[in-house]
Write a protein that binds this ligand. Structure first.
Ligand SMILES: Cc1ncc(COP(=O)(O)O)c(C=O)c1O
Length: 407
């Protein structure tokens, strides 16, 4: 079924501005319902966790409901396996330190050169602390895909953890992680998925994928700044979480340190409800999980067409070189996040030119440093333009017209 971004744009107060938001990969805009849930929390339920009085009980209920919504988004029926934290980076540093206590010298971990550094440094640093070797899977620079032969070669019975990004936040590549998970498990390794860039674009299914851990961030999928961690129950119950005393030994509190941002967590639940509403509006009302799956099927189709339009427009500009998958027949292998360089202008000059026309785009390496180093585009990096389902065809045309002015 065709999706019309106009059917949702009115829900986003920020989109009233005369601007083209192509900075979604760095953070999406939020619908009014998310803003309402955050302020409603402060108006109605503001209290700390675990008290015997009504606001504390209501606050805990808000967090529990947001956790159930996350379970539906992630594709698990066990919401006890979902916990919240400040952001993906902070959660991953904490988790990697806990997992690393099970490693010994001679063990190995695998990371990739297509990942955001938040899915590289936490594992590399934990490996250094334990005398463990970190191996880096290379890329095919011509289309910015992972070198799977290199992955197979590096994987062995010594591998204890494989950290994979589901989709690249720089060039949009969708990685073949389900196959990589199967290979890693066959070698006896655990798998951590960074789904931060995947989550706004595609339906997640931790149960079908059988990943051991997955992390994502709500501010990329129309919510506030909160990180979300999923882990298989047996692992989350047994790994030694770093905690203050008295330690909560039961899930999900076991993995949550300090006082959470309860108001923002209320907003996470509302963001997932917003997405589910898209699914509800497309067919008969079903459970939240099915509505989310339906919403993402429609978003995926719309974004593929929009991404194709943007790539076609960029291909018409002779001085622009797009990195990553550009073949129109391979659009299913990518999300509509596109990075490019200009033959005559630096990435900063390009985004400044766009900014003067109220088109918001990013420049630099966006922490995808292993990739920009591998592509040899440091220190200036690239220009990144990212589409979300609320971006329209006329916005894409406005981008291409503004870039054409650069010659
Ligand atoms: C793919 C990817 N992984 C990880 C991160 C880090 O997420 P957070 O800002 O929640 O720490 C980002 C942020 O841009 C990202 O795009």
């Amino acid at each position: 079924m065709n999706f019309d971004p106009q059917s949702v744009r009115h829900q986003f107060p920020a989109l009233r501005r005369d601007a083209v938001f192509l900075d979604g990969p760095a953070g999406s805009q939020v619908p009014q319902s998310v803003i309402g849930a955050i302020s409603g929390y402060y108006v109605n339920h503001n209290a700390n966790h675990g008290g015997a009085f009504s606001t504390s009980r209501e606050s805990d209920a808000v967090v529990d409901e947001a956790r159930r919504a996350c379970a539906d988004l992630l594709g698990t029926t066990d919401d006890g396996c979902v916990s919240f934290g400040a952001n993906m980076t902070t959660i991953t540093f904490a988790l990697s330190r806990a997992i690393a206590t099970t490693w010994k010298p001679g063990d190995e971990v695998i990371v990739t050169r297509l990942d955001h550094d938040a899915n590289v440094s936490p594992w590399v640093r934990a490996a250094q602390d334990r005398g463990v070797t970190a191996r880096h899977v290379g890329i095919h620079p011509e289309d910015c895909t992972l070198d799977l032969d290199d992955f197979r070669q590096k994987l062995s019975s010594r591998t204890k953890l494989v950290a994979i990004g589901c989709a690249s936040n720089a060039v949009g590549t969708r990685n073949p992680f389900p196959e990589m998970i199967r290979l890693a498990h066959a070698a006896g390794s655990l798998v951590f998925l960074d789904a931060v860039h995947y989550a706004p674009h595609l339906s997640m299914d931790v149960t079908a994928w059988d990943c051991d851990f997955l992390c994502c961030s709500a501010y990329k999928f129309f919510g506030p700044h909160v990180g979300i961690l999923y882990g298989k129950r047996a692992l989350m119950e047994s790994l030694p979480a770093y905690k203050v005393r008295p330690c909560a030994e039961t899930l999900p509190d076991r993995w949550m340190t300090g006082t959470q941002n309860f108001a923002a967590i209320a907003g996470v639940g509302a963001a997932i409800e917003y997405l589910a509403q898209i699914g509800h509006s497309l067919g008969k009302r079903t459970g939240r999980r099915q509505s989310l799956v339906r919403a993402f099927a429609t978003i995926e189709q719309y974004e593929r067409e929009a991404g194709g339009r943007m790539l076609t427009g960029l291909a018409s500009l002779p001085r622009i070189r797009v990195r990553g998958i550009i073949d129109p027949k391979r659009l299913s292998e990518r999300v509509p996040t596109v990075s490019f360089t200009h033959m005559r202008k630096s990435p900063f000059e390009v985004v400044e030119h766009l900014a003067k026309r109220n088109i918001f785009a990013w420049h630099g390496n966006y922490y995808a440093l292993p990739l920009t180093e591998a592509l040899g585009v440091e220190p200036d990096g690239m220009v990144r333009v990212g589409l979300l389902h609320y971006n329209t065809s006329s916005e894409i045309d406005r981008l291409i017209a503004a870039l054409a002015e650069l010659g």
